[in-house]
Write a protein that binds this ligand. Structure first.
Ligand code: HEM
Length: 198
C-alpha cells in the first residue's frame, strides 16, 4: 500500500469537510425529522422559505473575491430563483431577511458553499418525499429540490475537485471547515425556528 497517497487523502479539504462536519450533518437529519417538513403543504412552504433564505446567503458569497476563480461553474449553482418560483406556486411571498453572510469572505465562504452544494445530494431523498407525500414536482413547488440538469453526482464531483484543487494549507482549511460549521449552524437555526419564518 502506498501510505503517502493515503496520508494525502486524509488531509484533502473535501475529506476534512466531510469528516469534521459529520456530526452536524447527522444533526440536520434529526432536525429535518423533527420539523416533519412534508407533513403538510404549509410546513413544506416554511421549509421552502428556509431554503430560499439560505440560497440567498450562499449566492451572496458567489460574488466574493477569489470564489469564481476557485469554482469556475458558479453560474449553474445556486437555487434561490428556483426556491422563489416554488414559493410563488405555494402563494408565499417572502418578506425578506437581512443577510448574515455580508462580511464572510474566503476561505470561510467556501465552507458555506460546501454545505449548500452537499445538501443537493440529500435533496434527492427530499425530492422523492415531496413527490410522494405532497404530489409536487420539478415543475411545481419542488424545483429547488430537483437535480441540476447535468445530474447531482457529476456536479458534486466537480465541486469536490474544486475544493481539493484550492491548494489551501491546513490553517486555511481550518477556516473553510469553520465556515461549513457556521453554515450548518445557520441552517439548523432556520429549521429550529421554521414556524417563525416569513
Ligand atoms: C433528511 C435530510 C437529509 C438527508 C436524507 C441527507 C442525505 C444525504 C446523503 C445521502 C448524502 C450523500 C452522502 C455520501 O455520499 O456520503 C448527503 C451529503 C451531504 N449533505 Fe445531506 N441530507 C439531508 C439533509 C442535509 C441538510 C439539511 C444539509 C445542509 C444544510 C445537508 C448537507 C450535506 C452535505 C454538506 C453533504 C456532503 C457530505 C460530503 O462531504 O460528502 N444535508 N446528504
Amino acid at each position: 500500500m502506498n501510505t503517502s497517497v493515503n496520508i494525502q487523502n486524509t488531509q484533502s479539504l473535501s475529506y476534512r469537510l466531510k469528516h469534521e462536519t459529520a456530526s452536524e450533518h447527522e444533526r440536520m437529519h434529526q432536525l429535518m425529522a423533527k420539523a416533519d417538513v412534508f407533513s403538510s403543504q404549509e410546513q413544506y412552504g416554511k421549509f421552502t422559505l428556509s431554503q430560499y433564505y439560505f440560497q440567498k446567503e450562499i449566492e451572496n458569497l458567489f460574488d466574493k473575491e477569489g470564489i469564481a476563480e476557485l469554482i469556475p461553474d458558479l453560474g449553474i449553482r445556486g437555487r434561490s430563483d428556483k426556491a422563489l418560483q416554488d414559493l410563488s406556486d405555494l402563494n408565499i411571498q417572502p418578506q425578506g431577511q437581512s443577510l448574515q453572510t455580508e462580511h464572510i469572505k474566503l476561505p470561510e465562504a467556501l465552507g458555506w458553499i460546501y454545505v449548500s452544494e452537499g445538501s443537493t445530494l440529500g435533496a434527492a431523498f427530499l425530492f422523492k418525499e415531496a413527490q410522494k407525500k405532497l404530489g409536487l414536482s420539478e415543475s411545481y413547488a419542488a424545483r429547488n429540490l430537483a437535480a441540476y440538469p447535468e445530474g447531482r453526482a457529476k456536479v458534486w464531483k466537480r465541486f469536490v475537485e474544486a475544493l481539493d484543487d484550492s491548494g489551501f494549507d491546513p490553517k486555511l482549511q481550518n477556516r473553510v471547515v469553520q465556515g461549513a460549521l457556521d453554515a450548518f449552524e445557520y441552517f439548523g437555526q432556520a429549521l429550529i425556528q421554521l414556524k417563525e419564518l416569513k
